[in-house]
Design a protein around this ligand. Structure first.
Ligand code: NAD
Length: 248
């Protein structure tokens, strides 16, 4: 059902965590993958090496997604390498913990800049090559926090809710061009992002999850790959929660 042979993909923040699992999954389904990183080139190079070891094609691309010029240059380099760009996964994101009363405006802007500005920058840069090919898939990684809110994470929840508005508008504007745009909203996934979560909070969250376990990056990646396939061609503007039943 999921055949991405010949498709060219960009995964932002693809060097670790959920982004890494998505890059590996897209490659396993036949896509060529540009693995974006901001600073840790070695991590992205390791993902590329794993893909190449399995006979796939990939390359690492540096860009801070908060920097629109850098994103434009990154997309240009991908099109130069792959000839086109068909799939964009806006995965890069950061988190922060602070009650609203204490939340610093600069932390607010930083979190919004990566998740929301970053998704906008990459989408804006990627849609031109997708329109040329009259086919495209954009998958935005939102979060259960964007749907439910999250204590101490007003900036994160706002950014992830904003991503859903961007998703629906992108979906509406590009539906006639063969380009779909959907969001995946993971629940709690065990990655570096949440590694510092205190035990009490973790126990409380676990009680809220009907499946009684946190997810793994590999729980998220197949849904993203499916959304990128022809099997999902009549689906756009949707949000799929991959969260063990947390938000239902
Ligand atoms: P992670 O911290 O392991 O990965 C985030 C990636 O984004 C890293 O590779 C990081 O280098 C990259 N990144 C951060 N800022 C960047 C920038 N300015 N430019 C380019 N890359 C940048 O975290 P993760 O858990 O794998 O998160 C991946 C996505 O999933 C994020 O958008 C996150 O908000 C979302 N998400 C995670 C969870 C969870 O519980 N882990 C839940 C819901 C949503």
């Amino acid at each position: 059902m999921v055949d991405l042979s010949g498709r060219k993909a960009l995964v932002t923040g693809g060097g670790r965590g959920i982004g890494k699992a998505i890059a590996l999954e897209l490659a396993a389904e036949g896509a060529m993958v540009a693995v974006n990183y901001r600073e840790r080139a070695e991590a992205a190079e390791e993902v590329v090496a794993s893909i190449e070891d399995e006979g796939g094609r990939a390359f690492p691309v540096q860009a801070d997604v908060t920097d629109f010029e850098a994103v434009q240059a990154m997309v240009k380099s991908i099109v130069a390498e792959f000839d086109s760009l068909d799939i964009l996964v806006n995965n890069a994101g950061i988190i922060g913990d602070s009650y609203l009363m204490m939340l610093k405006p600069e932390s607010w802007r930083e979190v919004i800049a990566v998740s929301l500005d970053g998704a906008f920058h990459c989408t804006k840069a990627a849609i031109r090559p997708m329109m040329r090919g009259r086919w495209g898939r954009i998958v935005n990684i939102s979060s259960a926090a964007g749907l439910m809110g999250d204590v101490m994470r007003a900036h994160y929840a706002a950014a992830k809710a904003g991503v859903l508005g961007l998703t629906r508008t992108t979906a509406r504007e590009l539906a006639g061009q063969g380009i779909t745009c959907n969001a995946v909203a993971p629940g709690i996934i065990e990655t570096d992002l949440i590694a510092g979560m205190d035990e009490k909070r973790a126990e409380k969250m676990l009680r809220m999850i009907p499946m009684k376990r946190f997810g793994a990056p590999e729980d998220v990646a197949p849904t993203v790959a499916w959304l990128c396939s022809d099997a999902a061609s009549y689906l756009t503007g949707q949000t799929i929660c991959v969260d063990g039943g947390l938000k239902m």
